[in-house]
Design a protein around this ligand. Structure first.
Ligand SMILES: Nc1ncnc2c1ncn2[C@@H]1O[C@H](COP(=O)(O)OP(=O)(O)O)[C@@H](O)[C@H]1O
Ligand SMILES: [Mg+2]
Length: 384
């Protein structure tokens, strides 16, 4: 007998599920489908998503809305039964254009500090190009909604990152960038006097003059202001970073690795498995999505379809049957190849339970589609 899907316990018991994996494998779809299941089983759920396919976003009412929590009505799905479910499904699409500004607004001690930072030219150029800002914003939002206590479960969909570290280390990067060690060089203590003056007097004077020569004196003055302002923000940023790190490591947080059955996404999945293990983070399941399956191993195409084909199109029947036969052989080869990659992944997963989802005939782009995946995600745990 197949063991029950590991996702049942996770969706019922955890506070945060993080879907990771390569782009296009079905992270967003899986996150949304898990969220729907948990909501239907009575929990208040938020799916925090990054880049839902346009049709899914539209049908969930997420279009045009960035960074706002939207309640997804389950009535259409459940009819009158909706009144009986206590659960709630919410979704929020992270707006990739939303910037460091939001974070600064939160941690700045007053409006004056905030505005001074926003106007600082150096800040402006950093805010616009802060690499990893998407991952960073995801963790920032997570921090807010997790702490709000409004949800029993948050399902976090992650950006399609090339490098897993980008996501896992996003909270740390900004904090490191603002590390006191770096800032010390620019900052002055009360006794040292203003930034510029100290540098002029110190052995760094040459460096200062050189920088001034290259960038202009105004730039250096602004740099000084920038770091002075950021000194005040540093502790706030740092606290948030540490809190997010704690959330990821919490016993109520589990990662779900999503992969398609092909070499590039299995490579990324394996990389995630290793990274998560080395960080001692919990991995609850590996979802292999979009499997092709040839159900008949060696079909006699003529016996199955010949009579019908000759009836409909007598002239073209032989050609059509030959093509169908060839198409089926390709499907069988694909099935065998995918089975190979599933085994490869199972090997790396080493004991982490795997869940398989067949490729559906159309896209999964609405609540009904997400619901149809429940048969796979929540019933068919497989012991590959
Ligand atoms: N099991 C499946 N069968 C058919 N289409 C799927 C399946 N899973 C996902 N899709 C489709 O594949 C595309 C990519 O899925 P998505 O969840 O956006 O991937 P990701 O978030 O990993 O980039 C979407 O158009 C989605 O509808
Ligand atoms: Mg996605």
């Amino acid at each position: 007998m197949k063991p029950p899907s590991p996702l049942i316990a996770l969706a019922n018991g955890q506070r945060l599920l993080v879907c990771v994996g390569s782009g296009g494998v079905g992270k967003t779809t899986t996150a949304a489908s898990i969220g729907l299941w948990a909501a239907l089983s009575g929990r208040r759920v938020l799916v925090l998503t990054i880049d839902p396919a346009r049709r899914l976003a539209n049908s969930l009412g997420l279009s045009e809305i960035g960074n706002t929590e939207v309640r997804i009505p389950l009535e259409r799905l459940l009819g009158d039964g909706a009144a009986q479910t206590k659960g709630e499904l919410w979704a929020m699409m992270l707006d990739p254009k939303s910037t460091l500004d939001d974070v600064i607004s939160k941690v700045a001690k007053d409006a004056r500090t905030r505005d001074a930072i926003f106007q600082n030219r150096i800040y402006r150029s950093i805010a616009g190009s802060f690499s990893g800002s998407q991952e960073y914003m995801a963790t920032e939002r997570l921090y807010d909604v997790y702490g709000s206590g409004r949800y029993d479960l948050i399902v976090l969909d992650t950006p399609p990152v090339k490098n897993a570290l980008d996501f896992l280390e996003a909270p740390g990067r900004l904090a490191r960038f603002l590390d006191r060690q770096v800032m010390k060089w620019f900052l002055t203590s009360e006794e040292d006097g203003p930034f510029g003056k100290r540098l002029m007097l110190s052995t760094s004077a040459v460096v200062y003059r050189l920088l001034g020569h290259i960038f202009g004196k105004d730039f250096l003055a602004e740099l000084s202001v920038f770091f002075t302002l950021f000194r005040d923000l540093y502790d706030g940023m740092r606290e948030r970073h540490e809190a997010v790190s704690r959330i990821f490591g919490d016993a109520a947080t589990t990662f779900v690795v999503v992969s398609a059955p092909n070499e590039p996404s299995v490579d990324v999945a394996n990389f995630f498995l290793q990274e998560l293990r080395s960080r001692k983070l919990r991995i609850g399941a590996v979802v292999v999505n979009q499997l092709h399956r040839a159900r008949l191993l060696n079909p006699d195409v003529d016996a199955l379809l010949g009579r019908k084909a000759r009836e409909i199109m007598p002239d073209l029947a032989p050609q059509m049957l030959a093509r169908l036969g060839a198409a089926h052989r390709r499907l069988r080869e694909l099935t065998a190849l995918e089975a190979h990659w599933v085994r490869h992944l199972a090997n790396e997963a080493a004991g982490v339970p795997m869940v398989e989802i067949d490729r559906q005939s159309g896209e999964v782009h609405d609540l009904a589609g997400l619901l149809s995946l429940h048969d796979w995600l929540f019933a068919k745990g497989t012991d590959v």
